[in-house]
Design a protein around this ligand. Structure first.
Ligand SMILES: NC(=O)c1ccc[n+]([C@@H]2O[C@H](COP(=O)([O-])OP(=O)(O)OC[C@H]3O[C@@H](n4cnc5c(N)ncnc54)[C@H](OP(=O)(O)O)[C@@H]3O)[C@@H](O)[C@H]2O)c1
Length: 304
């Protein structure tokens, strides 16, 4: 049976599609961007906010990877009508990319999605990851690439970073195996790191010194906005890094090992695999990365 992957051009969705396809499962990519190419069998134009795109996307699928696009804050208005339609058209299993702690935090949009799914009669699984390592190779890549700095309001707090490939592997398992309905998983890395240590690992990989510059909320706000990050996303990232500064983002689980039967991908492996994101092209510093590791440039849409 074909699996519908929403956000298939995004950081998590692209890996979900790749893993499903490698396992022999036909994948239909729901792509906001028309004509998107990637590791899938077919792509259909799709937007949660464009009713005219829903039926073709949902017809003939019984399971779906569901992600909330970062720019959608009002889930009730902008996502639930599409999910109602998906249910009417026969989607039965939904694996939601949620957020660590979403069950305790009614402010985050994932909370409303989880609530709706619990009452929907569908088979649901919540994947609630910690902070993606890949934020450093997308959202925060320019600081490292162009100025050799990680500039964040995270103080000395530690974060239980998770590689998005592990998040995607957990989601793909829940989409294809029996036994995950009604469960919530929190994939994290095997240990929490401070940004000073993250900078040391980047230094070792890139062969040039990268430093961590802890800043206050105001300086972060000005710097992120100055680089074009939308206000809403700047607020969300500020809140996430404040959580880290307060020591609340360091919780580690064994979910990746328990579900995948192998340890989580470590931070050193991540920086090795994604090093192209921080390499400078001679003569074009501040312009563009040498290559984007996952084929995407950091944009306002893929910011977190
Ligand atoms: N970053 C983290 O550390 C972290 C941690 C835990 C949870 N999360 C959650 O993970 C989600 C982000 O996942 P991600 O990083 O994979 O996202 P991403 O890389 O920012 O990708 C966003 C995807 O959403 C698609 N999209 C945008 N607007 C859409 C619309 N109206 N209808 C349908 N699709 C639309 C985009 O398509 P186009 O490319 O065509 O625009 C893209 O494929 C968020 O809900 C976030 O809160 C993130």
């Amino acid at each position: 049976m074909t699996v519908l992957v929403t956000g298939a051009t995004g950081r998590a969705g692209r890996h979900v599609a790749r893993i499903l396809r490698a396992g022999g499962h036909p994948v239909r990519a729901a792509a906001n961007e028309p004509g998107a190419t990637g590791p899938w069998d077919e792509a259909v134009p799709f937007s949660f906010t464009n009713r005219g795109t829903w039926d073709a996307a949902f017809a003939g699928v019984d399971r779906m990877f569901l992600m909330r696009p970062p720019q959608i804050g009002n889930v009730k208005r902008d996502m639930l009508p599409a999910l109602e339609r998906a249910r009417q058209l026969g989607v039965r299993r939904v694996v939601l990319l949620s957020l660590q702690g979403a069950e305790r935090n009614p402010v985050v949009p994932h909370h409303a999605l989880e609530k709706w799914l619990r009452g929907s009669g569908l088979e649901w699984t919540f994947v609630r990851p910690g902070f993606f390592m890949q934020n450093l190779s997308t959202t925060h890549a320019a600081d490292i690439r162009d100025r050799d700095e990680i500039v964040l309001p995270a103080g000395d707090g530690r974060t239980s970073f998770v590689d998005v490939r592990d998040v995607a592997a957990v989601a793909a398992l829940a989409l294809t195996e029996a036994g995950h309905a009604g469960r919530a998983y929190t994939p994290t890395g095997s240990r929490a790191l401070g940004y000073g240590e993250a900078a040391e690992l980047l230094t070792a990989e890139l062969g040039r010194p990268i430093r961590y510059v802890p800043v206050g909320p105001l300086r972060y706000w000005r710097s992120a906005r100055g680089q074009g990050m939308p206000a809403g996303m700047t607020l969300v990232t500020l809140a996430l890094h404040t959580t880290c500064r307060l020591g609340l983002a360091a919780g580690v689980t064994t979910d990746v090992r328990d579900l995948l039967g192998r340890p989580p991908i470590g931070f050193a492996q991540f920086v090795h695999d994604e090093r192209a994101a921080w390499l400078r092209v001679p003569g074009s510093v501040g312009d563009r990365p040498a290559t984007a590791t996952d084929g995407r440039r950091p944009t306002a849409r893929n910011g977190g």
